[in-house]
Design a protein around this ligand. Structure first.
Ligand code: SF4
Length: 471
């Protein structure tokens, strides 16, 4: 049985003790670790049968060899039959063309009217700052950050923020002079071929109150809609959708096929996860199979040890958040340090390493409404499409709710309360969302991507070899 050779149209760059493969066709980069690099190089040198590969790499057990060539196939770096079919999807531009003046699509349930609690002005980096804002600020009210400028800080808050008076820029110069991120917060803007989809980030600390306020007015939020539409037309504000869309590692579908199907799966995670798994199986079965991967010499991959993989994921998040807390403390960023420390504590609880006392939600219905709004917000803005692959993206949304709940419990335990309030959960979701975006934690989620897919995106129930997981 011949194993397909590596693709010859990839750029190969040394990367530590592995290589980084640049793929201009799919518009992605794949970092190979030392074992995968060894397999890739051996295949490139012509060792393209199981026996030849084993002889070329005698130190790698068969199960690992099988795992590594499977991962190479899923990363689309082998010139196999499946890639030859899917590469045809990459003939057009990689991002959906922006339709000038595209209308906004914002679910009525996600209309958000800020109640001015000021939390988005505290403990976060505010920027990039554009010329309209820069023009109304003094030089010491700005701070450089790489190629951009950010708002300077006073204590933990934005330099122009005052608890009673709110935003100094808005008061003195109107909303148009505020930084774009502040005018957009907490909404997300995703540019599709047809409309601009308006979603909601999980970083508003008064979410249910703001959604209740957003439902008022006739029509609801007309002024806010007009401002949002203008903002969405500004270059670099709305995030373009990729075309094709990567459903799971190595599985792509055209954007035009993806949109109606994905949006038809609904905004409740259990149903979406089940629908996504069925869809994935259908797409996979419609593509050429990978017979050499199921070839006899390899045998079946060992079944993943579910709880061990999950504990490893949470331990990685614990370590990344703890490092982040140290860095923030060193930089004098008290709020960021506190936030990361909360996540480290919550993640160690989820890893099973630091149990918490039994804590129950005081208002389960309000909590359920809050989580549903956060999930709906992520799906309405097609957030899962904008990261690695959709399966991972859906897993990340679920993981965010699990971590948010655990942070709420940590907060309650700290004050010896046996219950969490909806505000605890709201704050927990904000803390989880901000910390999951930090580079270290994002990297940990990448290193445990398979577990994020399996544990949090696959339908609930016994682990099964859903696509994309290899030990
Ligand atoms: S510019 Fe205004 S809205 Fe933005 S963070 Fe500062 S105070 Fe808040």
């Amino acid at each position: 049985m011949q194993i397909p050779p590596p693709r010859t149209d990839l750029a190969v760059h040394p990367n530590g003790d592995g290589v980084l493969l640049g793929d201009t066709v799919a518009g992605q980069q794949t970092a190979l670790g030392p074992q995968s690099t060894g397999v890739w190089m051996a295949l490139r040198d012509g060792h393209c049968t199981p026996a030849a590969l084993e002889a070329a790499l005698p130190d790698l057990p068969r199960a690992v060899l099988r795992a590594r060539i499977g991962q190479l196939a899923h990363a689309c770096v082998l010139d196999d039959a499946r890639w030859q079919v899917q590469r045809l999807l990459f003939r057009g531009p990689r991002a959906a063309p922006a339709a000038a003046g595209a209308p906004l699509r914002q679910p009525a349930a996600l209309r958000h009217q800020c109640v001015r609690c000021g939390s988005s002005c505290t403990g976060v980096a505010v920027g990039p700052i554009g010329p309209a804002t820069e023009a109304v600020l003094a030089p010491d009210q700005l701070r450089p950050a790489g190629a951009h400028q950010l708002m300077a800080r006073a204590a933990e808050a934005c330099v122009v923020y005052a608890p009673e008076a709110g935003c100094g820029i808005e008061r003195a110069h109107g909303r148009a002079a505020k930084p774009d991120p502040c005018r957009q917060f907490p909404l997300t803007l995703t540019q599709g071929p047809d409309v601009v989809r308006v979603g909601l980030s999980a970083e508003c600390r008064r979410l249910l109150a703001c959604l209740a306020a957003g439902a008022q007015g006739d029509p609801p939020g007309a002024a806010a809609q007009a401002e949002l539409a203008a903002l969405a037309q500004r270059p670099g504000v709305a995030v373009p959708l990729p075309d094709p869309v990567q459903l799971a590692p190595g599985l792509f579908v055209p954007l035009a096929e993806f949109l109606p199907h994905f949006e038809g799966l609904g905004v409740a995670l259990p149903g979406l996860r089940a629908g996504l798994a069925t869809w994935l199986d259908g797409v996979r079965l419609a593509l050429p199979d990978l017979p050499w991967l199921a070839a006899a010499p390899w045998g079946d991959p060992p079944a993943p040890v579910a709880d061990r993989a999950e504990a490893a994921l949470w331990r990685a998040i614990t370590a990344a958040a703890a490092e982040g807390a140290e860095d923030a403390a060193t930089a004098g960023q008290g709020w960021e340090a506190e936030r990361s420390a909360l996540v480290a504590r919550a993640a160690s609880h989820l890893a099973g390493d630091a149990p918490l006392p039994p804590i129950r939600p005081l208002e389960p219905d309000a909590d359920a409404a809050l989580e549903a709004a956060v999930v709906h917000g992520a799906l309405a803005g097609l957030e899962p499409v904008q990261r690695r692959d959709v399966l991972w993206g859906v897993g990340r949304v679920q993981l965010l709710t699990v971590l948010g709940r655990a942070v709420a419990q940590v907060r309650a335990a700290r004050v010896a309360r046996a219950f969490t309030t909806p505000q605890d959960l709201n704050d927990g979701l904000v803390v989880a969302s901000l910390t999951l975006r930090s580079p270290r934690v994002e990297q940990a989620l990448g290193e445990h991507a398979a577990t994020v897919r399996w544990r949090y995106a696959a339908p609930a129930g016994p682990w099964r070899p859903l696509y994309g997981f290899l030990p």
